[in-house]
Ligand binder design. Sequence first.
Ligand SMILES: [Zn+2]
Ligand SMILES: [Zn+2]
Ligand SMILES: [Zn+2]
Length: 647
Amino acid sequence: MDTSMLESEIKRRERVNNHAILWREWFKVFLTVVGAKGALPVPFNPKLNFFPTLTITSKDAHLSALYKKQGDVYFRKGEFMMAHKKYTQCITHAPAKSDLLAVAYGSRGIVLCFNNYMEDCLIDIERAKKHGYPNSLKAELFMWKAAAMQKLGKKKTLIDRVLDQASRWLRSDIDRAKIIKIRGTINSIKLSEIKKLKCYNLDLTNDALPPLKSRNPTVPGLSNSVGLMYSEKYGRHIVATQDIKAGDVIGIQKPYASVVKMNMRYNICWHCKEQTWTSIPCDTCSQVVFCSDECKKQAQDNYHDIECVVLCQTMAFGMRESFYVALRLVIMALKENNNSFENLKIHTDKIDNLKDPLTKGFIEGKLDPTKFESVYGLCDLSSSSTANDQCVTYVDAIIMLYYLGKKIELFQEDRPIELLSFLISQQSFVLIVKRFLTLVQYNSCNYSLLTSKRSLTIASLIEPSFSFFNHSCCSNVIRTHRNGNLAIIAIRPIKEGEQVFANYGAYWFWQSREDRHKQLQRFHFTCDCEACEGDWSIPEVLKTPEIVKNKSFTHGGPYMNKELLGILHEYITVCTYALAYIKLNKGRYHVAKLVGDFAKFLNKEYKNYNNQSYEVFRVGKFIEELYMLLEKLFFCLSGKIDYPPLE
Ligand SMILES: [Zn+2]
Ligand SMILES: [Zn+2]
Ligand SMILES: [Zn+2]
């Protein structure tokens, strides 16, 4: 991070946080302390040298009411996705037993009814009733309930009973007119376009992700076809110990930790990462939602009991996304050590003092991906980062340790605590937290879902065994996910002794070498993969699927056979133009078979191409995209439906 980046980071934080004035002062001090050893701290405002006392009002009736109003505006405009989010925020901020809570559940239920999520609608309506929905609005609520039941084909006697209840709450002719209007609206609700996506014409009967054929004795998430090596140049890296075929699964592992992206936290269950329409709030904070009581309890037992308050407090500082991933890791590590930093330090010291770089973080000779040691032992490239960068991380570490420490009663201090003396007295713990903060920056990967148009990042994942794969711009494996697991799959035949490379998001096919290197800068290495060394040019003309359609691509090898070309073309339609394909609605694709076909093509034809060929690149990408199709999709609520304003 150079000075201008530090400046922009400060500016960003000043925009979003309530303690803007602190940053400039704190960073100034740390830049002096960290950046220039021996230099005296620059003079700065001593009043700002204290941690702010943050009184977190976790539930906030005022904010909740504001979200309700915003939700109504979006609802009237027919922007249901936003209306749903605002009503959800109203729910998370509403104090327990408040009218707002009941009303927001009711409103969200109606949004869902409009979008044909009838079961979900009924769930929210029941909650609205349970939380004391206002009598004056009950007639309408029961009408929506009856409508949803009707759409679901429930028994007439049951529906009549609900209609009876509706008429019991009817107060006036205005109500009656409204009921008639609702009835008309409900009849006109059609299966929304987006929901049709659920009926992708894909046959998923055979799971396309075969199990790991063998388990690596030292890294159990990987197969026996690869081994972990160490060299000065590559650090820890993965090498094929036997010939690997395209399509082979090289690793499957449940991530050690996964943290929902902050901008998705009102759409996605904080614990299980499922998209949820009928979320429930945390009892204490207003920042996260869960899909079920079960998930809420799991989160509470495993990390959120500590995370909850600390999350709210540190959010007031406008932290970077990676901060919250690190916070989760530190809490999980603490939980494995009886919530004691002293205990944690005994273990981290052991790892820090290990001489053998190959087995750093291993327990009894192997990696245990369920233990914090496996994460703590991962590479942390902070020594190559600039003083500015280190300074930001230092300050972040102190803030995390301070508020986390308060929560777990690491120190008992009633008087205000001074920043620098805190750093001095807690230095060894600050360094542990700082290490987690830095390793997240180098070792987290994204969990993304497809929407109808593009892929959307849902969460950040930390999975130690998959961090051992180095980057190449012409990688020979893909990272994907399936049923809550991360998976590594070969997209080329790989010869025994070859290094296995993943891709950190810089593909030779789409970006120039210069752009790729700029993008990879944050990992502190200069890529010297085959594509970078050879400075492969981007085949501009081959970028569009049109070329594939016209069968005019021959880059790097002979024509593909007609049959495969046919599949390729159809497949592009499925992947890239999913909606268009659904309209065509012909044939039925067996996904496992398609993956198999592409792998077969690669295994048979690879020798006729080189890595710098459109076909090899594209077919590999196809396999990746197919796996994305296999995973759940992220749905959006759609449609503008004319409806009178809600009271
Ligand atoms: Zn859940
Ligand atoms: Zn909470
Ligand atoms: Zn490269």
